[in-house]
Design a protein. Structure first.
Length: 240
């Protein structure tokens, strides 16, 4: 059973506008607690015993949060900017920042601005094999996501924001990785957006036959826009 989870939370949170001007968006309050608290609580319910939080922008605020939360959750903080510098940006970078702490163990990765059900988090903990695993959710707008090309549960390729329809089943940022991801992430070059994309590393491993996909059983909620504060709050109140 997998013990470690990596939680990238170094971004600027620009879509949250002024609400993230002086703090990471992950620390914006929902029902009087930082959003990140609910993320960690679900991870605790799912059984993770090592939570590795990758911080960057407003790292001092994350450290302040961790002083309190660290008494409740098994948190380790890694400053992405100190490990990887500030020049490289993109979803592959926090993975590389976590390499030394993760070591040669399998691990799960979720983004710190996403809320996943404890049941789905517990299920992906069990994927303790030699493959990378994607969690898929059926969405109405797959062109905004990464979409795998699959045969059964085997991922043959992975297309980021596909211009032509492939499927409504999209990857929603809940992964299980083996240490192989580190070598692939290190090989990734800049994308058209000028970023180092984790999905490029996943696509490379898919072509090697090393990626599988599983469908989510419950919920996933994004926390990217001001409207999401109320949406998440209403959801938590109705599902507590």
């Amino acid at each position: 059973m997998i013990k470690k989870i990596v939680i990238p939370a170094a971004g600027k949170g620009t879509r949250m506008l002024d609400l993230a001007k002086d703090r990471p968006k992950h620390l914006i309050d929902v029902l009087d607690k930082p959003f990140l608290y609910y993320v960690l609580k679900n991870l605790e319910h799912a059984g993770f015993s090592e939570m590795i939080l990758i911080v960057g922008n407003h790292a001092e605020k994350m450290a302040e949060f961790a002083k309190g939360a660290g008494k409740e959750f098994p948190l380790t903080l890694i400053d992405q900017f100190k490990v990887m510098g500030t020049e490289k940006y993109g979803t592959a970078i926090p993975i590389l920042a976590a390499q030394e702490v993760v070591g040669d163990e399998n691990f799960v990765c979720i983004y710190g601005d996403n809320l996943y059900s404890p049941r789905d988090l517990a299920a992906i903990r069990e994927m303790d094999d030699d493959c990378q695993w994607l969690s898929l959710l059926e969405v109405p707008n797959p062109e905004k996501y990464g979409v795998p090309i699959t045969e059964g549960d085997v991922v043959k390729d992975f297309v980021e924001k596909p211009k032509e329809f492939i499927s409504n089943w999209a990857s929603i940022g809940c992964y299980k990785f083996t240490p192989k991801i580190f070598d692939e992430a290190a090989l990734v070059g800049k994308s058209e957006r000028g970023e180092y994309e984790l999905t490029d590393a996943i696509a490379s491993l898919a072509k090697q036959g090393n990626v599988r996909a599983r469908k989510m059983q419950d919920y996933w909620m994004d926390f990217g826009n001001p409207d999401d504060i109320k949406k998440v709050g209403d959801f938590l109140q109705n599902n507590s």
